[in-house]
Design a protein around this ligand. Structure first.
Ligand code: SAJ
Length: 436
Protein backbone atom coordinates (compact mmCIF):
# COMPACT_ATOMS: atom_id res chain seq x y z
CA UNK A 1 0.00 0.00 0.00
CA UNK A 2 1.67 3.30 -1.03
CA UNK A 3 1.93 5.95 1.62
CA UNK A 4 1.22 9.52 0.65
CA UNK A 5 3.38 11.95 2.63
CA UNK A 6 2.94 15.71 2.93
CA UNK A 7 5.92 17.84 4.06
CA UNK A 8 4.93 21.28 5.35
CA UNK A 9 7.68 23.93 5.23
CA UNK A 10 10.25 23.66 2.43
CA UNK A 11 13.47 25.00 3.91
CA UNK A 12 16.78 23.51 5.11
CA UNK A 13 14.81 20.79 6.89
CA UNK A 14 11.78 20.21 4.64
CA UNK A 15 13.40 20.07 1.21
CA UNK A 16 16.00 17.37 1.99
CA UNK A 17 13.49 15.17 3.81
CA UNK A 18 10.87 15.55 1.04
CA UNK A 19 13.37 14.80 -1.72
CA UNK A 20 15.04 11.93 0.13
CA UNK A 21 11.65 10.33 0.96
CA UNK A 22 10.44 10.73 -2.62
CA UNK A 23 13.62 9.09 -3.90
CA UNK A 24 12.73 6.06 -1.77
CA UNK A 25 9.59 5.60 -3.93
CA UNK A 26 7.14 7.33 -1.58
CA UNK A 27 4.64 9.83 -3.02
CA UNK A 28 5.55 13.17 -1.46
CA UNK A 29 3.85 16.53 -1.75
CA UNK A 30 5.73 19.55 -0.41
CA UNK A 31 3.74 22.54 0.88
CA UNK A 32 5.07 26.05 1.36
CA UNK A 33 3.51 29.52 1.35
CA UNK A 34 6.39 30.89 -0.75
CA UNK A 35 5.16 30.57 -4.38
CA UNK A 36 8.61 31.39 -5.78
CA UNK A 37 10.14 28.51 -3.87
CA UNK A 38 7.27 26.22 -4.98
CA UNK A 39 7.74 27.02 -8.68
CA UNK A 40 11.54 26.73 -8.45
CA UNK A 41 11.22 23.28 -6.90
CA UNK A 42 8.69 22.15 -9.53
CA UNK A 43 11.19 23.16 -12.20
CA UNK A 44 13.91 21.14 -10.42
CA UNK A 45 15.72 24.21 -9.12
CA UNK A 46 17.07 23.96 -5.55
CA UNK A 47 15.89 27.33 -4.13
CA UNK A 48 18.18 27.71 -1.13
CA UNK A 49 21.71 29.14 -0.97
CA UNK A 50 24.75 27.21 0.17
CA UNK A 51 26.44 24.16 -1.33
CA UNK A 52 24.47 20.98 -0.68
CA UNK A 53 26.12 17.93 -2.31
CA UNK A 54 23.77 15.65 -4.31
CA UNK A 55 20.52 17.50 -3.57
CA UNK A 56 20.18 19.05 -7.07
CA UNK A 57 20.48 15.65 -8.77
CA UNK A 58 18.07 14.01 -6.37
CA UNK A 59 15.55 16.82 -6.85
CA UNK A 60 15.72 16.48 -10.64
CA UNK A 61 15.02 12.75 -10.50
CA UNK A 62 12.05 12.95 -8.11
CA UNK A 63 10.50 15.74 -10.17
CA UNK A 64 11.01 13.86 -13.43
CA UNK A 65 9.50 10.62 -12.08
CA UNK A 66 6.71 12.66 -10.43
CA UNK A 67 7.28 11.21 -6.95
CA UNK A 68 7.63 14.76 -5.57
CA UNK A 69 5.88 18.00 -6.34
CA UNK A 70 5.47 21.25 -4.45
CA UNK A 71 2.39 23.39 -3.89
CA UNK A 72 1.11 26.18 -1.67
CA UNK A 73 -2.31 24.60 -1.42
CA UNK A 74 -2.96 22.36 1.60
CA UNK A 75 -6.09 20.84 0.06
CA UNK A 76 -3.88 19.09 -2.53
CA UNK A 77 -2.61 16.95 0.36
CA UNK A 78 -5.98 15.97 1.82
CA UNK A 79 -5.26 12.30 1.04
CA UNK A 80 -1.97 12.37 2.96
CA UNK A 81 -1.44 9.43 5.29
CA UNK A 82 1.56 11.06 6.97
CA UNK A 83 2.27 14.78 7.61
CA UNK A 84 5.71 16.16 8.52
CA UNK A 85 5.90 19.71 9.85
CA UNK A 86 9.26 21.35 9.15
CA UNK A 87 8.52 25.03 9.76
CA UNK A 88 10.74 27.48 11.62
CA UNK A 89 10.24 28.08 15.34
CA UNK A 90 12.23 31.28 16.02
CA UNK A 91 12.06 33.64 19.00
CA UNK A 92 10.08 36.85 18.73
CA UNK A 93 12.45 39.59 17.53
CA UNK A 94 14.32 41.14 20.46
CA UNK A 95 12.79 38.68 22.91
CA UNK A 96 13.43 35.23 24.39
CA UNK A 97 9.83 34.14 23.89
CA UNK A 98 9.26 31.40 21.26
CA UNK A 99 7.22 32.48 18.24
CA UNK A 100 5.06 29.43 17.40
CA UNK A 101 2.83 31.38 14.98
CA UNK A 102 4.04 29.58 11.85
CA UNK A 103 3.69 26.19 13.56
CA UNK A 104 0.14 26.99 14.67
CA UNK A 105 -0.84 28.13 11.15
CA UNK A 106 0.49 24.86 9.71
CA UNK A 107 -1.37 22.83 12.34
CA UNK A 108 -4.58 24.72 11.56
CA UNK A 109 -4.32 23.98 7.83
CA UNK A 110 -3.47 20.34 8.50
CA UNK A 111 -6.46 20.07 10.87
CA UNK A 112 -8.74 21.17 8.04
CA UNK A 113 -7.35 18.51 5.69
CA UNK A 114 -6.65 15.68 8.15
CA UNK A 115 -7.75 12.23 7.02
CA UNK A 116 -8.88 9.56 9.54
CA UNK A 117 -6.07 7.18 10.58
CA UNK A 118 -3.35 9.52 9.29
CA UNK A 119 -0.32 10.67 11.32
CA UNK A 120 1.08 14.14 12.06
CA UNK A 121 4.77 14.45 13.03
CA UNK A 122 6.51 17.69 14.05
CA UNK A 123 10.21 17.88 13.02
CA UNK A 124 10.69 21.50 14.07
CA UNK A 125 12.46 22.12 17.38
CA UNK A 126 9.81 23.05 19.97
CA UNK A 127 9.62 23.87 23.69
CA UNK A 128 9.02 20.64 25.63
CA UNK A 129 5.28 20.25 26.17
CA UNK A 130 4.30 21.98 22.92
CA UNK A 131 2.96 18.85 21.19
CA UNK A 132 0.64 18.00 24.06
CA UNK A 133 -0.37 21.56 25.01
CA UNK A 134 -0.55 23.23 21.60
CA UNK A 135 -0.44 20.81 18.67
CA UNK A 136 -2.83 18.10 19.82
CA UNK A 137 -5.58 20.46 21.08
CA UNK A 138 -5.41 22.45 17.83
CA UNK A 139 -5.55 19.37 15.58
CA UNK A 140 -8.44 17.89 17.60
CA UNK A 141 -10.43 21.12 17.66
CA UNK A 142 -10.15 21.77 13.93
CA UNK A 143 -10.45 18.19 12.68
CA UNK A 144 -13.10 17.17 15.19
CA UNK A 145 -11.17 13.94 15.68
CA UNK A 146 -9.33 12.49 18.70
CA UNK A 147 -5.56 12.17 18.75
CA UNK A 148 -4.31 8.67 19.54
CA UNK A 149 -7.63 7.21 18.40
CA UNK A 150 -8.62 8.76 15.02
CA UNK A 151 -5.12 9.98 14.07
CA UNK A 152 -1.56 9.62 15.31
CA UNK A 153 0.79 12.36 16.55
CA UNK A 154 4.58 12.34 16.97
CA UNK A 155 7.73 14.43 17.27
CA UNK A 156 10.92 13.54 15.42
CA UNK A 157 13.35 16.46 15.94
CA UNK A 158 15.46 17.43 12.91
CA UNK A 159 19.26 17.12 13.06
CA UNK A 160 20.25 19.14 10.03
CA UNK A 161 23.53 20.94 9.45
CA UNK A 162 23.67 23.32 6.48
CA UNK A 163 26.30 22.05 4.06
CA UNK A 164 25.71 18.44 5.09
CA UNK A 165 21.89 18.29 4.84
CA UNK A 166 21.51 15.03 2.90
CA UNK A 167 24.49 13.40 4.64
CA UNK A 168 23.11 13.98 8.16
CA UNK A 169 19.57 13.08 7.07
CA UNK A 170 20.68 9.77 5.54
CA UNK A 171 22.99 8.67 8.35
CA UNK A 172 22.05 10.16 11.70
CA UNK A 173 20.17 8.22 14.36
CA UNK A 174 16.74 9.70 15.05
CA UNK A 175 14.52 9.75 18.13
CA UNK A 176 10.85 8.99 17.40
CA UNK A 177 8.49 10.45 20.00
CA UNK A 178 5.06 8.83 19.48
CA UNK A 179 1.65 9.20 21.10
CA UNK A 180 1.24 5.40 21.14
CA UNK A 181 2.95 2.23 19.88
CA UNK A 182 0.91 2.09 16.68
CA UNK A 183 2.08 5.58 15.73
CA UNK A 184 5.61 4.59 16.75
CA UNK A 185 5.68 1.78 14.23
CA UNK A 186 4.19 3.95 11.49
CA UNK A 187 6.92 6.54 12.15
CA UNK A 188 9.53 3.80 12.20
CA UNK A 189 8.38 2.64 8.75
CA UNK A 190 8.62 6.14 7.27
CA UNK A 191 11.95 7.12 8.84
CA UNK A 192 13.57 3.82 7.90
CA UNK A 193 13.05 4.93 4.27
CA UNK A 194 15.13 8.04 5.02
CA UNK A 195 18.06 7.11 7.26
CA UNK A 196 20.42 4.20 7.85
CA UNK A 197 20.77 5.47 11.40
CA UNK A 198 19.19 3.84 14.41
CA UNK A 199 15.53 4.74 15.08
CA UNK A 200 14.54 4.73 18.74
CA UNK A 201 10.90 5.04 19.74
CA UNK A 202 9.98 6.88 22.93
CA UNK A 203 7.29 9.24 24.19
CA UNK A 204 6.75 12.71 22.73
CA UNK A 205 7.91 14.75 25.73
CA UNK A 206 11.20 12.85 25.89
CA UNK A 207 11.83 13.53 22.18
CA UNK A 208 11.16 17.25 22.72
CA UNK A 209 13.66 17.35 25.59
CA UNK A 210 16.27 15.37 23.61
CA UNK A 211 16.50 18.02 20.91
CA UNK A 212 16.45 21.08 23.15
CA UNK A 213 19.06 19.44 25.41
CA UNK A 214 21.27 18.61 22.39
CA UNK A 215 21.62 22.26 21.41
CA UNK A 216 21.57 23.74 24.91
CA UNK A 217 24.40 21.36 25.80
CA UNK A 218 26.45 22.56 22.82
CA UNK A 219 25.71 26.18 23.72
CA UNK A 220 26.95 25.58 27.28
CA UNK A 221 30.09 23.82 25.99
CA UNK A 222 30.89 26.83 23.85
CA UNK A 223 30.14 29.16 26.76
CA UNK A 224 32.71 27.35 28.93
CA UNK A 225 35.33 27.80 26.19
CA UNK A 226 34.48 31.50 25.96
CA UNK A 227 34.59 32.01 29.70
CA UNK A 228 37.87 30.10 30.06
CA UNK A 229 39.36 32.21 27.25
CA UNK A 230 38.41 35.37 29.16
CA UNK A 231 40.08 33.87 32.24
CA UNK A 232 43.26 33.15 30.28
CA UNK A 233 43.29 36.67 28.83
CA UNK A 234 43.04 38.11 32.34
CA UNK A 235 45.86 36.01 33.82
CA UNK A 236 48.18 36.02 30.77
CA UNK A 237 47.90 32.32 29.85
CA UNK A 238 47.40 30.95 26.32
CA UNK A 239 43.94 29.27 26.29
CA UNK A 240 44.78 27.26 23.17
CA UNK A 241 47.84 25.75 24.80
CA UNK A 242 45.79 24.92 27.91
CA UNK A 243 43.05 23.45 25.70
CA UNK A 244 45.55 21.13 24.01
CA UNK A 245 46.64 19.74 27.37
CA UNK A 246 43.09 19.45 28.77
CA UNK A 247 41.76 17.69 25.65
CA UNK A 248 44.43 15.04 25.96
CA UNK A 249 42.22 13.63 28.72
CA UNK A 250 39.97 11.47 26.54
CA UNK A 251 36.72 12.45 28.25
CA UNK A 252 37.43 16.18 27.88
CA UNK A 253 36.46 18.22 24.85
CA UNK A 254 37.05 21.92 25.45
CA UNK A 255 35.46 23.79 22.54
CA UNK A 256 36.74 26.90 20.76
CA UNK A 257 36.25 30.48 22.01
CA UNK A 258 35.14 33.11 19.53
CA UNK A 259 33.37 36.33 18.75
CA UNK A 260 29.94 34.85 19.51
CA UNK A 261 27.46 32.06 18.76
CA UNK A 262 25.17 32.53 15.77
CA UNK A 263 23.04 30.39 13.48
CA UNK A 264 19.43 29.35 13.22
CA UNK A 265 19.32 26.95 16.14
CA UNK A 266 21.93 27.16 18.91
CA UNK A 267 21.09 30.74 20.04
CA UNK A 268 17.39 30.00 20.42
CA UNK A 269 17.09 26.44 21.68
CA UNK A 270 18.14 27.22 25.25
CA UNK A 271 15.20 29.64 25.41
CA UNK A 272 12.84 27.02 23.94
CA UNK A 273 13.99 24.62 26.66
CA UNK A 274 13.56 27.27 29.37
CA UNK A 275 10.09 28.17 28.05
CA UNK A 276 9.02 24.54 28.25
CA UNK A 277 9.87 24.34 31.96
CA UNK A 278 8.37 27.68 33.03
CA UNK A 279 7.44 27.74 36.69
CA UNK A 280 8.72 24.25 37.45
CA UNK A 281 12.47 24.58 36.91
CA UNK A 282 14.99 27.38 37.36
CA UNK A 283 16.87 27.66 34.00
CA UNK A 284 19.30 30.31 35.26
CA UNK A 285 22.39 28.10 34.88
CA UNK A 286 21.55 27.40 31.23
CA UNK A 287 20.50 30.94 30.44
CA UNK A 288 23.69 32.23 32.10
CA UNK A 289 25.70 30.13 29.61
CA UNK A 290 23.58 31.66 26.84
CA UNK A 291 24.38 35.14 28.17
CA UNK A 292 28.13 34.38 28.20
CA UNK A 293 27.93 33.59 24.48
CA UNK A 294 25.79 36.66 23.82
CA UNK A 295 28.44 38.78 25.60
CA UNK A 296 31.22 37.89 23.14
CA UNK A 297 30.57 40.63 20.55
CA UNK A 298 30.80 43.12 23.46
CA UNK A 299 34.06 41.47 24.54
CA UNK A 300 35.42 42.00 21.03
CA UNK A 301 34.19 45.60 21.10
CA UNK A 302 36.10 46.23 24.34
CA UNK A 303 39.29 44.71 22.88
CA UNK A 304 38.87 47.01 19.88
CA UNK A 305 38.20 50.06 22.08
CA UNK A 306 41.26 49.29 24.23
CA UNK A 307 43.53 48.83 21.22
CA UNK A 308 42.46 52.12 19.64
CA UNK A 309 42.91 53.96 22.92
CA UNK A 310 46.46 52.56 23.26
CA UNK A 311 47.16 53.91 19.79
CA UNK A 312 45.55 57.27 20.77
CA UNK A 313 42.90 56.85 18.07
CA UNK A 314 39.38 58.07 18.90
CA UNK A 315 36.72 55.46 18.15
CA UNK A 316 34.54 58.02 16.36
CA UNK A 317 37.49 59.00 14.13
CA UNK A 318 38.55 55.44 13.37
CA UNK A 319 38.19 53.31 10.23
CA UNK A 320 37.39 49.70 11.17
CA UNK A 321 37.28 46.56 9.01
CA UNK A 322 35.27 43.53 10.13
CA UNK A 323 36.19 40.31 8.31
CA UNK A 324 33.30 37.84 8.25
CA UNK A 325 29.52 38.31 8.45
CA UNK A 326 28.30 34.66 8.21
CA UNK A 327 27.60 32.89 11.51
CA UNK A 328 29.99 30.07 10.64
CA UNK A 329 33.11 29.61 8.51
CA UNK A 330 32.56 28.57 4.87
CA UNK A 331 28.83 29.24 5.21
CA UNK A 332 26.61 31.90 3.59
CA UNK A 333 24.12 31.86 6.48
CA UNK A 334 23.98 35.20 8.31
CA UNK A 335 21.20 34.38 10.78
CA UNK A 336 22.01 35.64 14.29
CA UNK A 337 25.41 36.76 13.04
CA UNK A 338 27.64 37.91 15.95
CA UNK A 339 29.41 40.25 13.49
CA UNK A 340 26.14 42.14 12.99
CA UNK A 341 25.91 42.76 16.75
CA UNK A 342 29.50 44.07 16.83
CA UNK A 343 28.89 46.19 13.71
CA UNK A 344 25.87 47.91 15.25
CA UNK A 345 27.74 48.65 18.49
CA UNK A 346 30.69 50.19 16.62
CA UNK A 347 28.44 52.26 14.36
CA UNK A 348 26.47 53.52 17.36
CA UNK A 349 29.78 54.82 18.79
CA UNK A 350 30.49 56.76 15.59
CA UNK A 351 33.11 54.51 13.98
CA UNK A 352 33.41 54.16 10.19
CA UNK A 353 32.98 50.40 9.69
CA UNK A 354 33.35 48.27 6.57
CA UNK A 355 32.33 44.60 6.60
CA UNK A 356 33.80 41.99 4.26
CA UNK A 357 32.49 38.51 3.48
CA UNK A 358 32.85 36.61 0.20
CA UNK A 359 30.37 33.91 1.24
CA UNK A 360 27.63 35.67 3.19
CA UNK A 361 24.10 36.15 2.01
CA UNK A 362 22.60 39.65 2.26
CA UNK A 363 22.01 40.75 5.84
CA UNK A 364 18.94 42.92 6.62
CA UNK A 365 20.91 45.52 8.62
CA UNK A 366 24.54 45.16 7.51
CA UNK A 367 25.96 46.10 4.10
CA UNK A 368 29.00 44.01 3.21
CA UNK A 369 31.55 43.92 0.42
CA UNK A 370 33.15 40.96 -1.31
CA UNK A 371 36.21 43.07 -2.19
CA UNK A 372 38.83 42.31 0.46
CA UNK A 373 41.37 44.87 -0.76
CA UNK A 374 38.97 47.82 -0.63
CA UNK A 375 37.59 46.71 2.75
CA UNK A 376 41.12 46.91 4.22
CA UNK A 377 42.38 50.10 2.55
CA UNK A 378 43.10 52.87 5.06
CA UNK A 379 41.83 50.86 8.02
CA UNK A 380 43.04 51.55 11.56
CA UNK A 381 41.97 48.20 12.90
CA UNK A 382 41.07 44.82 11.44
CA UNK A 383 38.67 42.53 13.35
CA UNK A 384 38.44 38.87 12.28
CA UNK A 385 35.04 37.52 13.35
CA UNK A 386 34.69 34.41 11.13
CA UNK A 387 37.34 31.77 10.44
CA UNK A 388 36.84 31.67 6.65
CA UNK A 389 39.83 29.91 5.04
CA UNK A 390 40.44 33.00 2.87
CA UNK A 391 41.38 35.03 5.96
CA UNK A 392 43.83 32.42 7.19
CA UNK A 393 45.59 32.63 3.83
CA UNK A 394 46.00 36.43 3.80
CA UNK A 395 49.52 37.80 3.51
CA UNK A 396 49.87 39.97 6.60
CA UNK A 397 52.64 42.17 5.21
CA UNK A 398 50.41 43.06 2.24
CA UNK A 399 47.54 43.68 4.65
CA UNK A 400 49.72 45.98 6.74
CA UNK A 401 50.84 47.94 3.68
CA UNK A 402 47.26 48.99 2.84
CA UNK A 403 46.11 49.75 6.40
CA UNK A 404 46.47 53.16 8.05
CA UNK A 405 47.38 51.59 11.42
CA UNK A 406 48.59 48.00 11.96
CA UNK A 407 46.11 46.79 14.61
CA UNK A 408 44.37 43.37 14.61
CA UNK A 409 41.65 41.93 16.83
CA UNK A 410 41.47 38.19 16.11
CA UNK A 411 38.26 36.69 17.50
CA UNK A 412 38.80 33.26 15.89
CA UNK A 413 42.50 32.60 16.37
CA UNK A 414 42.96 32.79 12.62
CA UNK A 415 46.40 34.45 12.50
CA UNK A 416 49.72 33.24 13.83
CA UNK A 417 50.77 35.28 16.87
CA UNK A 418 54.40 34.95 15.77
CA UNK A 419 53.76 36.44 12.34
CA UNK A 420 51.65 39.25 13.78
CA UNK A 421 54.61 40.15 16.01
CA UNK A 422 57.17 39.84 13.23
CA UNK A 423 55.09 42.04 10.93
CA UNK A 424 54.86 44.70 13.65
CA UNK A 425 51.11 44.53 14.37
CA UNK A 426 49.55 45.51 17.68
CA UNK A 427 46.98 42.78 18.39
CA UNK A 428 44.55 41.07 20.73
CA UNK A 429 43.57 37.44 20.14
CA UNK A 430 40.66 36.03 22.16
CA UNK A 431 42.25 33.50 24.51
CA UNK A 432 45.81 34.47 23.60
CA UNK A 433 46.05 37.93 25.16
CA UNK A 434 47.26 41.22 23.70
CA UNK A 435 50.58 42.59 22.39
CA UNK A 436 50.17 45.80 24.37
N1 SAJ B 1 31.01 27.97 17.73
C1 SAJ B 1 31.99 28.45 18.61
N2 SAJ B 1 32.85 27.54 19.18
C2 SAJ B 1 32.76 26.21 18.92
C3 SAJ B 1 31.75 25.75 18.03
C4 SAJ B 1 30.89 26.65 17.44
O1 SAJ B 1 32.10 29.65 18.88
O2 SAJ B 1 33.58 25.44 19.43
C5 SAJ B 1 30.08 28.94 17.14
C6 SAJ B 1 30.12 28.97 15.62
O3 SAJ B 1 31.06 29.91 15.17
C7 SAJ B 1 28.70 29.38 15.27
C8 SAJ B 1 27.85 28.80 16.40
O4 SAJ B 1 28.77 28.53 17.48
O5 SAJ B 1 28.56 30.79 15.30
C9 SAJ B 1 27.10 27.52 16.03
O6 SAJ B 1 28.04 26.65 15.48
P1 SAJ B 1 27.67 25.06 15.27
O7 SAJ B 1 28.92 24.39 14.82
O8 SAJ B 1 27.00 24.55 16.48
O9 SAJ B 1 26.71 25.05 14.00
P2 SAJ B 1 25.13 24.97 13.92
O10 SAJ B 1 24.51 26.15 14.57
O11 SAJ B 1 24.79 24.71 12.51
O12 SAJ B 1 24.76 23.68 14.81
C10 SAJ B 1 24.27 22.51 14.20
C11 SAJ B 1 23.32 21.94 15.21
N3 SAJ B 1 22.62 20.83 14.59
C12 SAJ B 1 21.27 20.76 14.72
O13 SAJ B 1 20.62 21.60 15.29
C13 SAJ B 1 20.66 19.58 14.10
C14 SAJ B 1 24.07 21.46 16.43
O14 SAJ B 1 23.18 20.71 17.27
C15 SAJ B 1 25.20 20.55 16.06
O15 SAJ B 1 25.93 20.23 17.26
C16 SAJ B 1 26.14 21.30 15.13
O16 SAJ B 1 25.36 21.62 13.95
C17 SAJ B 1 27.29 20.36 14.74
O17 SAJ B 1 27.82 19.74 15.69
O18 SAJ B 1 27.63 20.28 13.58
Amino acid sequence: MTTNVAVVGLGYVGIPVAVKLASSGTNVIGIDIDETKVSKLNSSEYPLRGKEPDIQGMLESVISNDSFRATSDFTSASDADFWMICVQTPLFHGSVEPNLGTLKKALGEIGKNLKKNSTVVIESTIPPGTTEKVAIPLLQEISGMTAGKDFGVGHCPERVMPGKLLHNLSNYDRVLGAINSETGSIMHDIYSRITKGELRITNIRTAEVVKTFENTYRDAEIAIANDFAKYCDSVGVDFFEVREHVNRVESRNLHLPGGGVGGHCIPKDTWLLAHGSKGVYDPSFLTMARQVNDSMPEYVFNLCYGALRKASIKLDESKITILGLSYLEESDDVRNSPSAVLYEKLISEGADVRVHDHYADDHPNVEHTTNLESSLAGSDILIVMVAHEKYREMNLSTVKSVMRNPIVIDARNVFSKQILMEEGFQFSIIGRGSSF
